[in-house]
Ligand binder design. Structure first.
Ligand code: ZN
Length: 70
């Protein structure tokens, strides 16, 4: 059954990649820290510890802009 397990992993991986890609393309997402972009380490893809969604911002950020400000 190893084949099926690997297949499941690939599906999960693809979903994850698509999600990241969508969020990267969506630079206007309210989750992104747009004020970080001009900084040297300001455009990393991070995962929010509160909502679990990906967002763009400084590499040290652990929470998205939406969760932080709500
Ligand atoms: Zn969040």
């Amino acid at each position: 059954m190893e084949y099926y397990e690997d297949f499941e992993k690939i599906i999960e991986w693809t979903k994850l990649m698509n999600k990241i890609k969508t969020q990267i393309l969506d630079l206007a997402s309210p989750k992104n820290w747009i004020e970080d972009y001009p900084h040297e380490n300001g455009n990393y893809v991070n995962k929010c510890i509160q909502c679990g969604e990906f967002f763009l911002g400084h590499k040290r950020r652990v929470i998205c802009r939406e969760c932080q400000t709500s």
